[in-house]
Design a protein around this ligand. Structure first.
Ligand code: DX5
Ligand code: ZN
Length: 232
């Protein structure tokens, strides 16, 4: 790790939350110290699963959620849903380059609305998609599992890819967050941080770790993440 001043953000994926009480789950995880709400949008077309859309994002805003909402679009095509998520109050909007016919335009749509933009890389997707748009991304999201489901195991090859992405960000001299998504746990988060990530999505690791003493809190696991990161 070259930059020891990097700030680390924890982004619980609500994919693993109890959907029947989603507003309360988001309140609880934020009150437990999470920084960002990671919002997984799956369309049963680009990925083999179907989840939640812009109406749910808007409902969370109406419920009173003020924390950044990180909309991870696993959908194809992307542009119309980008507009819908802008209107629904998303803070970050990321999409998979393979799912857009006009990557530059899709990124610009997000930026023009004042949202933060990002590209998402599946395990086999090359980082060369960044070559001509590095100035148009606020976030690079590396998938450390194949997208579609929570609870999968971290693919170790992601560590080398994180190092490469970190090199690209440092070489650009820009402020770009490097997020990792899939299989992030207390026992691998430090190694993932050392490879260059600064923003950590964790779904099952967080939502399966409700505090025993207080079922409305997830702060033990979030504290363990921060302890690990402090030593990274
Ligand atoms: C997978 C999603 C992830 C997922 C992560 O396609 O993008 O955000 O919820 O879940 P865990 O942390 O359980 O691997
Ligand atoms: Zn995700």
């Amino acid at each position: 790790m070259t930059d020891t001043t990097r700030d680390f953000l924890i982004a619980p994926s609500i994919l693993s939350a109890d959907f029947a009480r989603l507003g309360a789950e988001v309140d609880d995880v934020l009150a437990s110290g999470a920084d960002i709400v990671h919002f997984d949008v799956m369309d049963n077309h680009y990925v083999p699963n179907l989840t939640i859309g812009p109406m749910v994002c808007e409902a969370l805003r109406k419920h009173g959620v003020t924390a950044p909402i990180d909309a991870h679009l696993m959908v194809k095509p992307v542009d119309r849903l980008i507009g819908d998520f802008i209107d629904a109050g998303a803070s970050y909007i990321t999409f998979h380059p393979e799912a857009s016919d006009h990557i530059d335009r899709s990124l610009q749509l997000i930026r023009d609305a004042g949202c933060r933009s990002g590209l998402v890389f599946n395990p086999a997707t090359p980082l060369s998609f960044l070559d001509h748009v590095m100035d148009k991304v606020d976030m690079i999201l590396l998938m450390s599992v194949n997208p579609g489901f929570g609870g999968q195991s971290f693919i170790p090859g992601t560590l080398d890819k994180l190092r490469e992405a970190r090199r690209r960000i440092d070489a650009s001299g820009r402020t770009v967050r490097l997020e990792v998504d899939g299989g992030v746990k207390v026992d691998n988060i430090a190694e993932i941080a050392r490879a260059g990530a600064d923003t950590f999505v964790a779904g099952s690791a967080v939502f399966k770790a409700r505090n025993e003493a207080d079922p409305h809190r997830y702060d033990s696991v979030i504290r363990e993440f921060r302890d690990q990161l402090a030593r990274a």
